[in-house]
Design a protein around this ligand. Structure first.
Ligand code: FAD
Ligand code: DLZ
Ligand code: SF4
Length: 509
């Protein structure tokens, strides 16, 4: 047997030819290992579609590597001898191939990085854990930007990333004279009969094998595999990007915050699956969007709004995750204790906004940002659900969920469980907000205009109850000053009614 120089382990969310572990790789000397393992498939009970997507994408990527001449050991979930963990599989391959070194790009999740700590000893050879250069901001750079600030704000970080990448910049100045065009991105819901369709991909043989495997091995997990339509190759993911730019980007900004009953995707890109797994490079995606703007195909508010989500929010979330782990999972600023209601697993609730968002989630392993933030997230925070349970739910149900991006979005942005480290005020909203931004309320059993009592929209009382019961924690927040003034100006009776209505609702939850 020819001696193996490097054994290169590629994890399920590192499916990129440019990943650092593959840089300088030589098919003549190096050997690649990819493995489907129960530990990753079960550390939370992932949505069926998420597992199917990741396994099928991994199998297709392994084939691409083989087509390029690489020797690849691909361990299938049901292969004899599969040890069930990254550590076990790295040990087995190292014992068999006796490489001079093992190479792996750092894992996205803290949990997996902890695992890798012991590898040098277990594998009996040097292990190189390389930085993940798919991100624009390195850990060191983020740490140095964060310094000893007690609160971080995405907007300032985002400006640094604009300067660093040169995206939408004219020298030192932002294109259009402003950094942020969000004020033009809040068009309310407006159902459109001619809403264009997103791309669907028909499962091939590889995907069909994976779908059978997932159906039999993960039958009790949430979700449906029906009409599985994800792109599972890099080429198809690139087609999703092109179609997004041609078809949806123009109105991306205007429709970004809208929610429509029978339109789970609207003008969102559905690119998070493919960027997070490695099929698409975040910076290249942004450059393609910038190009469309310069060619006059899309307006600035849409291009800027989209680029901000990626070089702003996405990078910022990753920075916060690595700055704050492992303690960040424990955040519970409001000391919320209630368990996640059962309807989060079924969508069976009379609250139409929650029912639609959760049913979309079960069906597609997807809900768009404003549904995640202002429907399921908002409800959990107002109802005082334990943030740890909320975090685990989000990690399970979305096909783009990896802890490095999911956790700060849940603990920080959506639940304010970090006490305002990454957000200046909680994203809390009552029925009025949901009614303005969606068409959900028209078909709901509850009356959004009714504030308390039988048939009133529960979000109304829950909102004011949340404000009242957390006055000691939020009362001095400048951005909430008008809200607390309004609360204090209310009659004693009205305040009492709100709190009683919320109490009645919560006692039945
Ligand atoms: P678009 O609306 O088309 O946005 C474009 C891209 O911007 C996305 O593909 C994504 O890469 C990026 N992006 C947008 N908002 C964010 C954000 N807040 N943080 C990071 N990236 C962002 N995103 C995940 O990728 N994985 C998660 O597990 C995840 N969990 C979330 C949980 C909560 C409670 C909330 C409020 C948001 C979460 N997000 C998560 C962020 C966001 O909702 C998704 O990235 C987005 O809905 C993905 O759909 P899209 O590709 O159609 O996004
Ligand atoms: C999410 C996931 C699942 C479900 N299964 C696997 C797997 O079997 N093999 C694998 O390499 N990766 C999987 N992943 C993605 C990993 O959990 C992810 O790479 C780590 O969490 C590091 O971020
Ligand atoms: Fe949701 Fe209230 Fe509107 Fe019903 S009335 S859809 S519960 S916001």
């Amino acid at each position: 047997m020819v001696a193996v120089r490097h054994l290169i382990l590629i994890l399920g969310d590192q499916l990129s030819l440019d990943i650092t572990s593959l840089q300088g790789a030589d098919p003549a000397h190096d050997h690649i290992l990819m493995c489907e393992v129960m530990e990753e498939a079960t550390y939370v009970r992932h949505h069926k579609r998420k597992i199917a997507f990741i396994f099928s994408a991994m199998r297709h990527f392994a084939k691409e590597l083989k087509d390029r001449g690489f020797k690849v050991t691909y361990v299938h979930l049901d292969d004899d001898g599969n040890s069930g963990s990254f550590t076990g599989e790295a040990e087995r391959a190292a014992a068999r191939l006796k490489p001079q070194r093992v190479r792996v790009t750092e894992a996205g999740e803290w949990r997996v990085m902890e695992m890798m700590r012991g590898w040098e000893q277990n594998l009996g050879c040097p292990v190189d854990v390389l930085p993940d250069r798919r991100f624009i901001c390195s850990h060191e750079e983020f740490r140095s930007w964060a310094g000893d600030k007690t609160q971080l704000r995405m907007e300032f970080f985002y400006r640094e990333m604009r300067r660093k990448t040169g995206l939408l910049m004219n020298g030192d100045e932002p294109e259009g004279g402003r950094w942020n065009f969000d004020s033009e991105n809040r068009e309310p819901a407006n159902p459109d009969l001619f809403q264009p369709r997103h791309l669907d991909f028909k499962p091939d043989k590889v995907t069909n094998d994976v779908l059978s495997l997932v159906a039999s091995r993960f039958d009790n997990n949430i979700g449906s595999l029906e009409d599985f339509n994800f792109a599972v190759t890099r080429q198809d993911a690139e087609a999703v990007l092109d179609h997004f730019i041609e078809t949806f980007l123009k109105d991306f900004g205007a429709k970004q915050d809208a929610m429509i009953s029978r339109e789970p995707f609207l003008n969102h890109s559905l690119l998070s699956f493919y960027i997070n797994i490695g099929f698409l490079d975040a910076l290249s995606v942004c450059r393609a969007v910038e190009r469309a703007y310069h060619e006059g195909q899309v307006p600035l508010n849409s291009a800027e709004g989209f680029i901000r989500q990626i070089i702003g929010w996405r990078e910022f979330m990753r920075g916060v995750y690595w700055l704050k782990m492992p303690d960040y999972t424990e955040g519970n600023f409001f000391k919320a204790k209630r368990s996640l209601p059962d309807f989060y697993w079924t969508g069976e609730t009379d609250m139409n906004c929650l029912s639609i968002t959760i049913r979309d989630t079960i069906r597609h392993a997807y809900a768009h940002h404003i549904q995640r933030l202002m429907i399921t997230g908002n409800f959990a925070m107002l109802a005082g659900i334990n943030p740890r349970e909320v975090h685990e739910w989000y990690l399970e149900v979305y096909a783009d969920a990896y802890e490095w991006v999911e956790l700060p979005n849940v603990i920080g942005m959506s639940q304010f469980a970090d006490g305002g480290f990454l957000g200046s005020k909680p994203y809390a909203g009552g029925g009025n907000y949901i009614d303005k931004m969606s068409d959900y309320c028209g078909e709901c059993r509850y009356d959004v205009k009714k504030k308390t009592g039988e048939g009133a929209c529960p979000f109304n009382a829950l909102y004011w109850d949340f404000i009242a019961r957390n006055e000691d924690k939020l009362g001095r927040n400048n951005r909430l000053r008008p809200i607390y003034s309004a609360w204090r100006r209310m009659s004693q009776e009205k305040r009492h009614d709100y709190r009683k209505s919320a109490e009645r609702f919560l006692s039945k939850l």
